[in-house]
Design a protein around this ligand. Sequence first.
Ligand code: GDP
Ligand code: MN
Length: 349
Amino acid sequence: MGQTIDEPKVDNLVKPPEDPASYERANATFMILARNQDSSDVVHTIKQIEKHFNSKFHYPYVFLNDAEFSKHFKERVQKEISSDAYFETIDPKEWNQPDDIDKERQNKGMQELANENVAYARQLSYHNMCRYYSRGFYNHPRMKQFKYYWRFEPKTEYYCDIDYDVFKFMRDNHKIYGFTLALYDIHQSIKSLWPRTMEFIEQHPEYVNRNASFSWLVNDLQNPQKAQYANGYSTCHFWSNFEIADMDFYRSNAYSEWIEYMDQTGGFYYERWGDAPIHSVAVSLFADKSNIHWFRDIGYNHIPYTNCPNSNKCTKCSPGKFSDANLRSENCLTNWWNLEMDEAARNMY
Ligand code: GDP
Ligand code: MN
C-alpha cells in the first residue's frame, strides 16, 4: 500500500473527451438504493463523484426506492448531477419478503442474531434491502437497459481524481466485477450460506469456473474461528457498498439459478445474509479470477474502512490507512492479493 501508483497500466484507457456532447458512453449507469431521508448524505457523495469523475464523462444515475421519491429528494439530487437522473420505485413484489417465509422461524432467527449484537438483526427493511441488492436490482426495468453499474452509497467518500472512463476500462479489459475493499463478514449472519452453496454446486458443478477464486473463500489461516463458524467459508468478501460491475453476470444462468436456490432456503430472513457475501461468493465461484479487478486507484471510504492509494491524484486520506488499529484484523485484502492475484494483476498499477 506504500507503493506510489497512478492509473491502471493498460494501453486502452479512454481519457476524458474534449467534447462531452459527442462522447459515446459505455452502456453504464450510477446506481443507488435510497430513502427520502437520505437526500443530504446522497448529495454529499454525488458531489464527490461528479468532481472526481462524472463532470468529465456524464454517465446517468438511477435512484431506486421501495417508496416513491419525494419532490424534495428529486430536486435536491438533480441539482448536483451533470447528466440524466432516473427516479424509480421498486415493485413491492420484488422488495417484500416472500409469503412462504415462516414468520415464527424468522422471528426466532432475528432474535438469536440480535442477542449476539448483529447489526440490523431485527430490522426487516434491512433484510429486504440485502435481498433486493442480491436478486432484484439488475432486473428492474430501468436497470435492464444498462450493462454496467457503479453502485454508491450515501455518505461515502471518494478521494481521488479518476481521469479515465472506468466503465470502458471494465468493458475493454473484460472485467466483470470491480471492488475497492475486502473484509471478513459478521459470521453469525451467514451461517448456512456456504453449505447451501455447496449443495447447489453438487447439483451444478458445470457452473464453477475453471479459474475460480476458490482459495480465498476457504482459507482459514488468518481467521480460523470465522471459517469454522461459517461452516467452511472464510467470510472474506468484496465490500459491495462500492461496486463497478457487469449486470450480465447476475443475469447469467449460473447466478440466476444459484440465487433462486439460495433465496428458497430463506437465508435472507432466517439469517441476515448480506448482498456483499452473496455477490462475492458468486463472482469468486462462477467467474474467472482474471475478470475481477481491485480498483486500487479509487480512494474510497465507507465508515469505518478506507482504500487510500499513495497517489498524487488523491487528497484528504492517509495512504495505506485502512482503519483505526482495533479494526485492522477485519481486512481480508491480503488474502485476495496472496491467493488469487497473479503477477499481471499485481503489476496492474
Ligand atoms: P450499511 O452500510 O450496511 O450500514 O447499510 P445502509 O443503511 O447504508 O444501507 C445500504 C444501502 O441501502 C444504502 O444505500 C441505503 O440508502 C439503502 N437502504 C437501506 N435500507 C433501505 C430501505 O428500507 N429502503 C430504501 N429505499 N433504501 C434502503
Ligand atoms: Mn452504508
